[in-house]
Write a protein that binds this ligand. Structure first.
Ligand SMILES: [Mn+2]
Length: 325
């Protein structure tokens, strides 16, 4: 019996006995986080539950093809929930401004696929790092719960799966990932061309000067196996770049021929840096992120660093020196 099968009856029981339910994803919400909060909320609303959806940060407009994506962070005044469902994060710190939700909720279910589970408040904790996306877990859970998958739910779950696998390009993609995508396409007639255009092809032409800067200033170490890109605060501020558009720049760092590890540093404010790490194959960048009090997956992780850019680069280069040879 899988962990998911073992917990299905407990999840069903907690949901059945709850009326006022909060669904929350991680800060800097991405496609997986937004999609699984939307899919979960669509289902719970169809069961007559009262739902509030939260995630600390802006919801990129490109995700508004999912109607429920517009409903995030609208319910700040509510003081109490029967149940809190935490999706796509297992580190309580990544609730950000919504970390007070745990104290306001009678029961907590956490469903996640990151490597660092640390959610002590959870009544039910499902951490399955073998899954490429949290949305893929939700699909398997919905199958076990015999949930009627609607067009809206299928669209949201397909968004999760494609966003966390780089549209099936990353090494986390499994046979089950494809099985779930096949089921969503075959049974629910989702518009994959429209979804994939928004998430993988369309870009904002106003960002071209930033792309130019990043490409011009990319540095390579270890004979071209490690790439380092830095986005200074003046660009983040001038172009008002949100997490989503900053992240779109990362592919230039990761996809150069010969690169097996990449670092993308964004200066969020003076002395505060967002660090994103990527790797190919067995090189574990989650371990490096954890040394900076961050976390993530083996091949994709991140952290926030306070200090000088020079020190940060030095720490990262020496960490990578130990794993890259
Ligand atoms: Mn995810």
């Amino acid at each position: 019996m899988t962990k998911l099968q073992a917990e299905v009856e407990n999840i069903k029981k907690l949901i059945n006995q709850s009326q006022n339910i909060a669904v929350v994803g991680h800060q800097n919400p991405d496609g997986d986080c937004i999609g699984c909060c939307v899919a979960m909320s669509e289902w719970l609303v169809s069961k007559g539950k009262t739902i509030s959806i939260f995630a600390d940060g802006d919801i990129p407009e490109k995700f508004f093809y999912m109607p429920k994506a517009r409903e995030f962070n609208q319910h700040s005044a509510i003081e109490h929930f029967d149940l809190l469902i935490v999706l796509d994060l297992s580190d309580v710190d990544r609730l950000g401004v919504w970390n007070s939700l745990t104290a306001k909720s009678d029961k907590i279910i956490v469903i996640d696929h990151h490597i660092k589970p640390a959610f002590n408040q959870a009544d039910i904790l499902i951490d399955l790092p073998q899954y490429a996306s949290c949305g893929e877990i939700i699909y398997d859970l919905f199958e076990l719960l015999k949930v009627k998958i609607t067009f809206e739910i299928a669209t949201a779950l397909y968004t999760c799966i494609t966003c966390d696998t780089g549209c099936f390009l990353f090494s986390n993609t499994t046979a089950n990932t494809h099985r779930v995508a096949e089921a969503l396409m075959a049974k629910h007639k989702i518009d994959i061309e429209a979804i994939n255009f928004k998430n993988f092809r369309a870009y904002d032409r106003r960002n071209i000067p930033v792309v130019t800067y990043v490409l011009k200033n990319m540095k390579f170490e270890f004979g071209g196996r490690l790439s380092i890109s830095v986005l200074p605060y003046k660009f983040v501020k001038k172009w008002n770049l949100n997490y989503e558009s900053r992240h779109g720049l990362f592919k230039y760092a990761t996809d150069a021929n010969g690169v097996i590890c990449s670092i993308f540093i964004t200066e969020l404010s003076k002395g505060e840096f967002n660090v994103s790490l990527r790797s190919l194959g067995t090189i574990d960048v989650a371990k490096i992120a954890q040394k900076l009090n961050g976390g993530g997956h083996r091949n994709a992780s991140g952290a926030t660093y306070h200090g000088s850019l020079k020190d940060l680069k030095q720490i990262l280069v020496s960490e990578f020196a130990q794993v890259i040879d």
